[in-house]
Ligand binder design. Structure first.
Ligand SMILES: [Zn+2]
Ligand SMILES: [Zn+2]
Length: 300
């Protein structure tokens, strides 16, 4: 439930997809939507290249994307601040030097085709493995739990969160020129509204998630309150549950609010609920990509 206290204009989003990856609108259309909403900054974060996937940028598309966002930066100089980022998948091996900031995310798991109890329908990659997404559909997640983990959702959760920590460790070491945002931390709960596969109240689950979350924040990554999974009939909370937000707040770590939008109309989707969640956890400010500095604090 959203409180009656006026919601401040967040005016910035660092997690924005475009037609260069799996977004539905062009970078220009996304930027126009941000300008029309009174945004002061917009960061683009198209999915980094992976082979054999249609939801990431291609190799050539990555170069076109970088050129396009740089052009938009020049075009919009003064009106709105534009930042060039990418949502860096843990399995991507790409040049990070062009980017102002990164959103570091884990979406997939590698599996040995011989270890699967039923075929997954994914192509075998050059490393001999198949890549299966946690967040593609309820079917893909339940396939992983059933056929790779034989129902052991806790082991899956452990492996997922350790992969997140590993990705953040590597990324914060490799990229120091700008912020690293921890993307949709608890993505494996995306389909809990319908599958209920993961018991988020289990102390063993909360222990591993808490440890990894604090480790990632300690390494300097900024966890995002990501509203991308919040839709009627789906998850009521953003990524970063209330208890995760309270944990971060109690240790003094900042958070950033992101919509993870794939359509121009969703550029600030769920921001009111995100502000409310941050306030409930005790936050009086959040970080955002800024107009003058790449990171600025916004009072709530
Ligand atoms: Zn993502
Ligand atoms: Zn995303």
């Amino acid at each position: 439930m959203v409180s009656n206290t006026p919601i401040p204009l967040i005016g910035s989003n660092a997690h924005t997809h475009t037609t260069f990856c799996d977004g539905h609108d062009s970078a220009r259309t996304m930027l126009d939507a941000a300008i029309n909403k009174g945004f002061f900054a917009l960061g683009f974060s198209s999915h980094s290249y992976l082979d054999q996937e249609d939801w990431t940028m291609t190799r050539q598309g990555t170069l076109d994307y970088i050129a396009r966002i740089r052009q938009l930066k020049e075009d919009e100089n003064g009106r709105i601040r534009v930042y060039l980022g990418t949502e860096l998948d843990a399995m991507s091996d790409v040049d990070l030097t062009p980017y102002d900031y990164l959103v570091a995310s884990v979406h997939n798991i590698y599996a040995d085709p011989a270890a699967l109890s039923a075929p997954c329908g994914k192509p075998v990659l050059s490393n001999g493995k198949v890549r299966i997404a946690y967040d593609e559909s309820p079917g893909s997640l339940s396939y992983i739990v059933t056929n790779l983990y034989h129902g052991d959702w806790l082991s899956l959760s452990r492996d997922y969160y350790l992969a997140v920590r590993d990705h953040i460790e590597k990324t914060t070491r490799a990229f120091t020129k700008g912020p690293v945002i921890l993307g949709h931390f608890n993505l494996i709960t995306k389909f809990n509204y319908t599958l209920g596969l993961i018991d988020e109240s289990d102390p063993a689950y909360q222990k591993i998630a808490s440890q990894v979350l604090l480790d990632c924040a300690e390494m300097g990554a900024i966890p995002e309150i990501n509203t991308g999974g919040m839709w009627p009939g789906r998850n009521k909370e953003p990524y970063l549950n209330q208890w995760m937000l309270r944990l971060l707040k109690s240790h003094g770590y900042p958070v950033i609010i992101d919509s993870d939008c794939h359509r121009a109309g969703d550029i600030d989707h769920g921001f009111c609920e995100a502000v409310d969640a941050a306030r409930q956890a005790g936050y009086t400010s959040v970080m955002a990509l800024g107009k003058d500095n790449i990171l600025e604090e916004i009072g709530l």
